[in-house]
Each structure stands twice: as structure tokens, then as C-alpha cells.
Design a protein around this ligand. Sequence first.
Ligand SMILES: N[C@@H](CCC(=O)N[C@@H](CS)C(=O)NCC(=O)O)C(=O)O
Length: 239
Amino acid sequence: MVLTVHHLGISQSERIVWLCEELGIDYKLVTHTRAPILAPESLKIPGNALGKAPFIEDSDTGVALAESGAICEYIVNKHGNGRLAMGPNDDSKKYADYLYWFHYSNSTLQPALQIAMFFGLAGIDNGASIKGMVDGRLHSALQQMDDRLKENKWLAGKEFTAADIMSVYPLTTQRYYGGASLAAYKNILRYLQDVGKREGYQRAMEKGDPEMKPLLEAEGPEKSIIAAGGVESDIWKKK
Ligand SMILES: N[C@@H](CCC(=O)N[C@@H](CS)C(=O)NCC(=O)O)C(=O)O
């Protein structure tokens, strides 16, 4: 069995490396380097229509698959015996919480952060009313997560799940591209410290992005990695 995980440095495909490490499954890691901001030619692989990461190939089944959420579900169910997930046979409330937080990252939090990032890069004035809408949307997305983490160690409840694996990238590595301070969200900051203590997370970061400093604190760099020249800059590196 060869499960090949294509990971693009400093990107959301770190989720898939982390998932494989937490599950303790065999996989082959192929890392790609940004050129210097967007994906390189090496990610234009048959089956990867958009040429983005994450992307996986499963030699057992012939499956080639993109999209973080789809890949997480596929790996959990086909290679992880359903571990780190909840299903319809679990308590309905817990299952619903798991589904909600699994999907929240890519559907609500990450778009809010990305819009804020593009506004920042475009230099849109703080006084513009549309900027107020963007900031408000981002704040409510983060505040809801912060409220959830006040009462729960992990997003789905007491247990660490794939909902956490989906959610950490926008709170950490994505902030190298611009966006939010987390200073106002103390429960998210506590959560990120707990994430940083996980051996699976540490292994994943070392394997996928050995040069990158995991961004687990409130403040990211002042300048976006995009404005700094992409991977050729050093704002994302360990000192
Ligand atoms: N919705 C997709 C987004 C994939 C995506 O945009 N990946 C980024 C990495 S953060 C990428 O490949 N960027 C390089 C590019 O756009 O050229 C997912 O969740 O997998």
C-alpha cells in the first residue's frame, strides 16, 4: 500500500501530514516548494485539476483526490478505521458538533481570514465601510471559536478529532500570509498551546516544513509573506 501525500510548503496541506502522523499510518510524503508564492509546476499531476495542495494518490484504490476536507474523510475512513472522527452511530449531539467544527474551518473561518488578507494586501483604508464588514465577519468567526474553546478542550468536545486538524492551519500558518492578531482570543491561544504540545503535530511540522516556525502565538509577522517575496523571504523561518 502506498498512500502518497503531496504537501506544498507553508500551506494548508500540513493538515494531511498532521492527520497521517496522528493516525500513525504509513504514507509517502512528497514536498513541493512554492514558486515563490503560488504552486510550482510539480503539482500539475494527473487528477489534480487545479494544481493545488493538498493532493493525495492511493495506489491501492487508484484514487487521486484534492480538497483538504475530502482528503481527511477519505484517509480517516479508508486508512484510519474511522479514528479521530465521529459518525452517525455516535451520540447525535456529539456527531453534530463534530460535523459543524470539521466544516467550519474551510467554510467560515478560512474565507473570512482570506478576505481580510486580500484587503490588507490591497491596502484598503481602515475607514472604508466595506473594511468594517470584513473585520466584523472575521471577528465573529474567531469569537465563536473562542467561545467554543472556553468550554471545550478540543473543538468537538473532550476528544481531539479531525475537526481540530482541519481548524489549526487558518489560525497558524495561514497568518504568515496576512490577517489577524489573536491577542483578543485567549481561549484560541490556550488551544494553540495544547496543539503545539502534541507529538503528532510536532512530527508533522518537522517532516513537512522543517524550516518553518510554527505560528502558535498571538501575533504573526508585520509583513505578509506575499509582500515579502514568498518563500525566498525569511519571515516564516525559525531563527
Ligand atoms: N479548498 C482547497 C484549497 C487548496 C489551496 O488553495 N491550496 C493552496 C495552499 S494553502 C495552494 O495550493 N496554493 C497555491 C496556488 O494557489 O497556486 C483545500 O482545502 O484543499
